[in-house]
Design a protein around this ligand. Structure first.
Ligand SMILES: [Zn+2]
Length: 424
């Protein structure tokens, strides 16, 4: 078997791995570089051309999760290549395209959902030519993320995708296959020794915050697709007797996930009858979903009562409002309402939102940071390697691959360059 990491040997994001035998070629992820939008146009064109080239003679593309740095170049593939993803990943890719007004993107029609066994526990293997691919659910900030085991020509390769151990499903790494010939392991957090807080602690921090400023409105800036985080915020709101306001986009996402994971609460399907959610209708979003979203969810959203906007101002301590910087125009209507703005997303994104951050400062609102990484810390990477016990270890999705040598002194490690073919 031959492995080529097209991108990701010295970079976080834009991951793409090619695995080929004499007869078959597959790609694992086809991601957009994280800094794609800020690159000159000529470079952007080049990145798109490369993606098309890599995918051209591929027999299939397997997507580990829905973050754009793992699937964002799929629109640049040719139309008849088979794409495989978990149900959660497929649903989220669809929502992302619809909300950006691209619900008719061709590649969406070529996605096959990876199926599970009758108990809904293990994934069924997929055979492509002479390669057998088996997904394994892993814990990551993207819902329904998975790793892939690739078996062919008597060899076994495990690709971690993005993985961590401190989320609500952190224990899942115990299910990963052992004694593989090669492990391609992400190393996003290799540059820091800091241990990551787990999602249960995040929930406690939210409760503490909601109680400390009990009479204030709490805005929470959080990704609308970070389901595990939304569930922590939901739990904290429930315990603190606050209502959680979500907009059309988040309500749609939650309902889409609730359909195949009923334990995820949604404003359209309250969990165990708890009355926690309040709905904030964004009409422009609803129009986009009407055009290309699921008609049944759209109909139910249209009928959903909206939050009493005056009550937010009258009783700010009753509410937690999930927002994003694009919602600043709505937040400005409550300029005089005593508020706290919690950042529950990677801090680095704050510098990209100067108008939003200036507004928080000008209003004098507190701006605590309650967040934890979606990627494994160093201790977790070591635990994963101990469990998998691979013959060869290859770092990916990292800016400092050479750190693997220090972290894993007893392991055989190879740090290739992008596009360097490796025989296994
Ligand atoms: Zn990711």
């Amino acid at each position: 078997m031959q492995i080529v990491i097209h991108r990701g040997t010295h970079e976080i994001g834009g991951s793409c791995v090619e695995i080929r035998t004499r007869q078959t070629k597959i790609l694992l992820d086809l991601g957009l570089p994280l800094d794609f939008d800020s690159r000159p146009q000529e470079q952007q064109k080049q990145i798109r051309r490369e993606a098309l080239e890599w995918a051209q003679d591929a027999d299939a593309i397997f997507i580990s999760h829905f973050h754009a740095d793992h699937h964002g170049l799929l629109p640049d593939t040719h139309q008849d290549v088979a794409i495989y993803a978990t149900a959660g990943t497929a649903a989220m890719m669809h929502v992302t395209e619809v909300i950006h007004g691209r619900g008719d993107a061709d590649y969406l029609r070529h996605i096959s959902v990876l199926s599970k066994d009758a108990d809904d526990r293990k994934f069924e293997p997929v055979i492509v030519g002479d390669i057998c691919i088996t997904p394994y659910t892993v814990d990551h900030a993207a819902y329904d993320a998975c790793a892939f085991l690739i078996e062919a020509e008597g060899r076994r390769i495990l690709y971690s995708g993005d993985i961590r151990r401190h989320g609500v499903k952190g224990f899942l790494y115990h299910n990963l296959p052992r004694k593989v010939d090669c492990l391609l392991l992400e190393g996003t957090n290799l540059a820091t020794e800091k241990a990551c807080m787990n999602e249960a602690e995040i929930c406690e921090r939210f409760k503490e915050q909601f109680r400390t400023d009990a009479d204030k409105l709490h805005y929470v800036w959080c990704s609308g697709q970070n389901i595990d985080r939304i569930v922590q915020i939901y739990k904290a709101a429930l315990v603190c007797s606050r209502k959680l306001i979500v907009d059309t986009y988040v309500a749609y996402v939650l309902e889409a996930v609730h359909r195949f994971k009923p334990s995820i609460p949604s404003p359209l399907s309250p969990f165990e009858g708890h009355d926690v959610f309040r709905y904030f209708c964004q009409h422009a979003q609803l129009k986009r979903f009407e055009k290309a979203g699921d008609p049944e969810i759209v109909q139910r959203l249209k009928a959903l009562p909206t939050v009493d906007k005056n009550d937010i101002g009258r009783n700010p301590g009753r509410y937690v409002w999930m927002i994003r910087p694009t919602m600043l125009c709505f937040m400005k209507k409550y300029n005089r309402v005593p508020s706290v703005v919690v950042t529950s997303i990677w801090e680095g994104y704050e510098k990209d939102e100067p108008e939003f951050m200036d507004w928080i400062r000008e209003r004098g609102f507190a701006n605590p940071h309650i967040h934890t990484s979606g990627h494994a810390d160093v201790k977790s990477l070591q635990a994963i390697v101990r469990h998998v016990d691979p013959g060869l270890l290859i770092p990916i999705h990292t800016t400092v691959p050479e750190r693997f040598a220090t972290l894993f002194p007893d392991r055989t490690i190879r740090c290739p360059q992008d596009n360097e073919p490796m025989e296994l």
